[in-house]
Design a protein around this ligand. Sequence first.
Ligand SMILES: C[S@@+](CC[C@H](N)C(=O)[O-])C[C@H]1O[C@@H](n2cnc3c(N)ncnc32)[C@H](O)[C@@H]1O
Length: 309
Amino acid sequence: MTRIPGIVTESERLAPELQPWPRYFERRGMEISLALELAAQPRVARALDVGCGNGFSMAALSTMADEVVGFDLPGVSPLTHSVGIKEARYYLARMGIGRTMLMAASAEQIPLTDCSVDLVFAMYVLEHVPDKAKALGEMRRVLRPGGRIILLLPSFLDRLLAPLAHWHYLASRLAVRLRPRKTPQPDDEFTQRATGIPSTRRASLAQELLAKNPSFPLPDPHGAYSSYWEELTGSRTRVWASMFREAGLDATHCFCPYLPPHGLLAIIHPRLPMWLFIKTQEVHRRLGGMEPFRRLGAAYGFVLEPRIS
Ligand SMILES: C[S@@+](CC[C@H](N)C(=O)[O-])C[C@H]1O[C@@H](n2cnc3c(N)ncnc32)[C@H](O)[C@@H]1O
């Protein structure tokens, strides 16, 4: 039976062009392994991957499920981080993963019958869904008795540190734009002497900055939130906990699948978060399930079970 590291190697060999960022397969592979381990998830007959993206998580789940059903939104949209269902179809065919079923759908309306899956897995998806309560209700509906839901979500700390990573990104973009051009423009001579930057370029830079970053100086919200503050306050564990309760779900485990705040560490060096993540796998394993460290992670993992009334 193929294990997750084997799926990572095969994905890198057969479909490297599907990685949205460098070493995506490697990092997701480690996150999924760690999450399944920290959740003490046993093998199941049928798993459902909600918001399966490029299909990698379906392949990873196929190592612990006899059959994997996955779905995602049909089209490509940067707003929902959707890569389109075609990508997962291509990936699964390329990898030759059998016993999978792929569909185009929204988490708010899952096209499966009641009580038809043993595990619902959703990795960095629920924060993108506008009606989270409806999506949780749907996840609960399709779960067989004794089944569970594993959710991975960005943590409060990750969102709290997001402005630092955003300002670093803006500063690096600005530095590129302000670098002296090789061929001087006609309007350059006077203003360049005074400021080093052509005035027309300064005006257009400010306009461009505000046009591309409407929430400046804060980052634009990530996921289906209307503002950064709504996203930040919505990322607190107690907000998620009350949403789970209202959907009739009990959180039986809460774990932290990885500890270092990636966005912040990437400011020091782009490769640092991944390097640290790899070097400290054992630390994640030991601390990721312990209460005092849960708040320090860049992500939350929740294991949910339907409340029996
Ligand atoms: C950040 S990506 C995560 C993708 C993948 N699970 C992973 O971990 O790499 C968010 C995913 O959620 C999906 N998504 C957003 N809104 C959704 C919805 N209403 N129903 C199902 N999937 C949705 C997007 O299409 C995208 O694939």
